[in-house]
Ligand binder design. Structure first.
Ligand SMILES: Nc1ncnc2c1ncn2[C@@H]1O[C@H](COP(=O)(O)OP(=O)(O)O)[C@@H](O)[C@H]1O
Ligand SMILES: [Mg+2]
Length: 217
Protein backbone atom coordinates (compact mmCIF):
# COMPACT_ATOMS: atom_id res chain seq x y z
CA UNK A 1 0.00 0.00 0.00
CA UNK A 2 2.85 2.37 0.90
CA UNK A 3 6.40 1.77 -0.19
CA UNK A 4 9.49 3.90 0.31
CA UNK A 5 12.79 3.13 -1.40
CA UNK A 6 15.97 4.88 -0.32
CA UNK A 7 14.14 8.08 0.49
CA UNK A 8 16.13 11.14 1.55
CA UNK A 9 14.81 14.49 2.64
CA UNK A 10 16.60 17.76 3.38
CA UNK A 11 15.04 21.11 4.27
CA UNK A 12 18.33 22.93 3.77
CA UNK A 13 20.82 21.95 1.05
CA UNK A 14 23.40 19.48 2.32
CA UNK A 15 21.58 18.91 5.61
CA UNK A 16 19.73 15.61 5.28
CA UNK A 17 17.14 14.80 7.94
CA UNK A 18 16.25 11.46 6.38
CA UNK A 19 19.18 9.72 4.63
CA UNK A 20 18.02 6.39 3.41
CA UNK A 21 14.57 5.34 4.47
CA UNK A 22 13.15 2.16 2.97
CA UNK A 23 9.98 0.63 4.31
CA UNK A 24 6.74 -1.01 3.30
CA UNK A 25 3.37 -0.63 4.96
CA UNK A 26 1.11 -3.45 3.85
CA UNK A 27 -2.52 -2.73 3.24
CA UNK A 28 -4.45 -2.84 6.50
CA UNK A 29 -1.35 -2.89 8.71
CA UNK A 30 -0.82 -0.92 11.92
CA UNK A 31 2.66 0.42 12.71
CA UNK A 32 4.15 2.65 15.32
CA UNK A 33 6.82 5.09 14.15
CA UNK A 34 9.20 6.10 16.88
CA UNK A 35 12.58 7.72 17.44
CA UNK A 36 14.07 10.52 19.51
CA UNK A 37 12.80 14.07 19.22
CA UNK A 38 14.23 15.49 15.98
CA UNK A 39 14.72 12.03 14.44
CA UNK A 40 12.43 12.93 11.54
CA UNK A 41 9.08 11.32 12.44
CA UNK A 42 7.05 14.40 11.50
CA UNK A 43 9.13 14.85 8.35
CA UNK A 44 8.32 11.29 7.26
CA UNK A 45 4.60 11.83 7.84
CA UNK A 46 4.77 15.12 5.90
CA UNK A 47 6.24 13.22 2.96
CA UNK A 48 3.41 10.68 3.06
CA UNK A 49 0.76 13.40 3.17
CA UNK A 50 2.28 15.30 0.21
CA UNK A 51 3.21 18.38 2.22
CA UNK A 52 6.86 18.14 1.25
CA UNK A 53 8.79 16.25 -1.42
CA UNK A 54 11.58 13.71 -1.07
CA UNK A 55 14.95 14.93 -2.33
CA UNK A 56 15.99 11.36 -3.25
CA UNK A 57 14.40 7.96 -3.63
CA UNK A 58 10.95 6.75 -4.56
CA UNK A 59 7.59 6.70 -2.80
CA UNK A 60 4.59 4.77 -4.00
CA UNK A 61 1.11 4.75 -2.52
CA UNK A 62 -1.96 2.79 -3.56
CA UNK A 63 0.12 1.27 -6.35
CA UNK A 64 1.02 4.65 -7.85
CA UNK A 65 4.41 6.33 -7.95
CA UNK A 66 3.83 9.57 -6.03
CA UNK A 67 7.46 10.74 -5.82
CA UNK A 68 7.02 13.66 -8.17
CA UNK A 69 3.25 13.89 -7.93
CA UNK A 70 1.95 17.05 -9.60
CA UNK A 71 -0.59 19.38 -8.00
CA UNK A 72 -3.32 18.25 -10.32
CA UNK A 73 -3.26 14.67 -9.03
CA UNK A 74 -2.72 15.49 -5.37
CA UNK A 75 -6.31 16.09 -4.19
CA UNK A 76 -7.49 12.67 -5.33
CA UNK A 77 -4.80 10.90 -3.30
CA UNK A 78 -4.99 13.30 -0.38
CA UNK A 79 -8.62 12.43 0.14
CA UNK A 80 -7.61 8.85 0.85
CA UNK A 81 -5.18 9.91 3.58
CA UNK A 82 -6.35 11.14 6.98
CA UNK A 83 -3.78 13.04 8.97
CA UNK A 84 -3.59 14.22 12.57
CA UNK A 85 -0.84 16.81 12.77
CA UNK A 86 1.20 17.56 15.84
CA UNK A 87 0.01 21.19 15.79
CA UNK A 88 -3.62 20.25 14.92
CA UNK A 89 -3.98 22.90 12.13
CA UNK A 90 -7.59 23.69 12.88
CA UNK A 91 -8.92 26.62 10.86
CA UNK A 92 -9.43 29.45 13.33
CA UNK A 93 -12.22 31.23 11.46
CA UNK A 94 -14.39 28.11 11.41
CA UNK A 95 -16.33 26.44 14.20
CA UNK A 96 -15.27 23.04 15.53
CA UNK A 97 -18.15 21.39 13.66
CA UNK A 98 -17.10 23.09 10.41
CA UNK A 99 -13.50 22.02 10.92
CA UNK A 100 -14.49 18.41 11.54
CA UNK A 101 -16.85 18.47 8.53
CA UNK A 102 -14.20 19.76 6.11
CA UNK A 103 -13.02 16.44 4.59
CA UNK A 104 -16.65 15.43 3.94
CA UNK A 105 -17.37 18.79 2.27
CA UNK A 106 -14.33 18.43 0.06
CA UNK A 107 -15.57 14.94 -0.84
CA UNK A 108 -18.93 16.44 -1.85
CA UNK A 109 -21.10 14.69 0.77
CA UNK A 110 -24.68 15.84 1.29
CA UNK A 111 -25.52 18.24 4.09
CA UNK A 112 -27.61 15.56 5.76
CA UNK A 113 -24.78 13.01 5.86
CA UNK A 114 -22.32 15.69 7.00
CA UNK A 115 -24.49 16.79 9.93
CA UNK A 116 -25.13 13.25 11.10
CA UNK A 117 -21.46 12.23 10.90
CA UNK A 118 -20.19 15.39 12.56
CA UNK A 119 -22.60 14.88 15.47
CA UNK A 120 -21.54 11.26 15.81
CA UNK A 121 -17.83 12.10 15.79
CA UNK A 122 -18.10 15.11 18.13
CA UNK A 123 -20.04 12.95 20.53
CA UNK A 124 -17.43 10.22 20.30
CA UNK A 125 -14.53 12.53 21.05
CA UNK A 126 -16.45 14.28 23.83
CA UNK A 127 -16.86 17.67 22.15
CA UNK A 128 -20.62 17.78 21.66
CA UNK A 129 -20.86 20.98 23.66
CA UNK A 130 -18.31 22.64 21.37
CA UNK A 131 -20.18 22.28 18.09
CA UNK A 132 -20.22 26.06 17.54
CA UNK A 133 -17.02 26.97 19.39
CA UNK A 134 -14.01 28.47 17.62
CA UNK A 135 -10.74 26.57 18.07
CA UNK A 136 -9.22 29.48 20.01
CA UNK A 137 -11.26 28.77 23.14
CA UNK A 138 -10.38 25.07 23.29
CA UNK A 139 -7.60 23.52 25.35
CA UNK A 140 -4.72 21.71 23.63
CA UNK A 141 -6.29 18.34 24.40
CA UNK A 142 -9.68 19.43 23.04
CA UNK A 143 -8.06 20.70 19.82
CA UNK A 144 -6.27 17.39 19.51
CA UNK A 145 -9.60 15.55 19.83
CA UNK A 146 -11.15 17.79 17.15
CA UNK A 147 -8.17 17.13 14.85
CA UNK A 148 -8.59 13.38 15.38
CA UNK A 149 -12.33 13.60 14.60
CA UNK A 150 -11.55 15.50 11.39
CA UNK A 151 -8.89 12.98 10.34
CA UNK A 152 -11.09 9.91 10.75
CA UNK A 153 -14.48 11.24 9.64
CA UNK A 154 -14.09 9.91 6.08
CA UNK A 155 -12.76 6.51 7.23
CA UNK A 156 -9.62 7.10 5.16
CA UNK A 157 -7.63 4.31 3.50
CA UNK A 158 -4.56 5.51 5.38
CA UNK A 159 -4.38 7.28 8.73
CA UNK A 160 -1.18 9.15 9.57
CA UNK A 161 -1.16 10.35 13.14
CA UNK A 162 1.63 12.51 14.54
CA UNK A 163 1.82 12.19 18.32
CA UNK A 164 -2.00 12.02 18.39
CA UNK A 165 -2.13 11.26 22.09
CA UNK A 166 0.55 13.77 23.11
CA UNK A 167 -1.80 16.16 24.84
CA UNK A 168 -4.26 13.68 26.27
CA UNK A 169 -4.33 12.06 29.70
CA UNK A 170 -3.59 8.33 29.68
CA UNK A 171 -7.24 7.26 29.87
CA UNK A 172 -8.21 9.35 26.85
CA UNK A 173 -5.04 8.31 25.02
CA UNK A 174 -6.09 4.67 25.35
CA UNK A 175 -9.59 5.46 24.18
CA UNK A 176 -8.18 7.00 21.02
CA UNK A 177 -5.88 4.03 20.54
CA UNK A 178 -8.98 1.82 20.57
CA UNK A 179 -10.60 4.12 18.00
CA UNK A 180 -7.54 3.79 15.75
CA UNK A 181 -7.63 0.01 16.26
CA UNK A 182 -11.30 -0.08 15.31
CA UNK A 183 -10.59 1.92 12.14
CA UNK A 184 -7.73 -0.41 11.36
CA UNK A 185 -10.03 -3.43 11.75
CA UNK A 186 -12.41 -1.79 9.27
CA UNK A 187 -9.61 -1.51 6.72
CA UNK A 188 -7.61 1.66 7.42
CA UNK A 189 -3.83 1.33 7.25
CA UNK A 190 -2.43 3.14 10.30
CA UNK A 191 0.96 4.74 10.89
CA UNK A 192 1.18 6.35 14.30
CA UNK A 193 4.21 8.43 15.27
CA UNK A 194 4.93 8.63 18.98
CA UNK A 195 7.91 8.87 21.27
CA UNK A 196 5.81 7.33 24.07
CA UNK A 197 7.50 3.98 24.70
CA UNK A 198 4.95 3.10 27.36
CA UNK A 199 2.06 3.51 24.92
CA UNK A 200 3.93 1.39 22.38
CA UNK A 201 4.54 -1.34 24.96
CA UNK A 202 0.81 -1.67 25.64
CA UNK A 203 0.14 -2.86 22.09
CA UNK A 204 1.44 -5.63 19.96
CA UNK A 205 2.06 -3.67 16.78
CA UNK A 206 5.31 -3.58 14.83
CA UNK A 207 7.56 -0.61 15.56
CA UNK A 208 9.51 1.35 12.94
CA UNK A 209 12.37 3.10 14.68
CA UNK A 210 14.03 6.15 13.10
CA UNK A 211 17.65 6.75 13.98
CA UNK A 212 20.36 8.63 12.08
CA UNK A 213 17.97 9.23 9.21
CA UNK A 214 17.20 5.55 8.68
CA UNK A 215 14.73 2.95 9.86
CA UNK A 216 16.63 0.62 12.19
CA UNK A 217 16.50 -2.98 11.07
N1 LIG B 1 10.49 23.24 8.01
C1 LIG B 1 11.69 22.92 8.45
N2 LIG B 1 12.80 23.57 8.05
C2 LIG B 1 14.04 23.23 8.49
N3 LIG B 1 14.27 22.21 9.35
C3 LIG B 1 13.21 21.51 9.79
C4 LIG B 1 11.87 21.82 9.38
N4 LIG B 1 11.02 20.96 9.98
C5 LIG B 1 11.81 20.15 10.74
N5 LIG B 1 13.12 20.48 10.61
C6 LIG B 1 14.24 19.79 11.28
O1 LIG B 1 14.21 18.43 10.89
C7 LIG B 1 14.60 17.58 11.97
C8 LIG B 1 13.54 16.53 12.17
O2 LIG B 1 12.36 17.15 12.67
P1 LIG B 1 11.01 16.36 12.83
O3 LIG B 1 10.70 15.65 11.57
O4 LIG B 1 10.02 17.33 13.34
O5 LIG B 1 11.41 15.28 13.95
P2 LIG B 1 10.49 14.53 15.02
O6 LIG B 1 9.08 14.63 14.58
O7 LIG B 1 11.01 13.11 15.04
O8 LIG B 1 10.73 15.20 16.34
C9 LIG B 1 14.83 18.49 13.16
O9 LIG B 1 16.21 18.72 13.26
C10 LIG B 1 14.10 19.75 12.79
O10 LIG B 1 14.71 20.87 13.38
MG1 LIG C 1 7.41 15.38 15.44
Amino acid sequence: MINLEHVAMEYLPGHEILHDVSMTLERNSFHFLTGASGAGKSTLLSLLSFQIRATKGRISMFGEDVTGLDREHMPKLRRRVGIVLQDYRLLEHMTIAENVALPLRVAGESQEVIEAKVEELLDWVGLTGHHDSRPAILSGGQKQRAAIARAVITKPDVLLADEPTGNLDSELALRFMYLFEALNKMGTTVLLATHDEHLISLFNYPVLRLQDGKILK
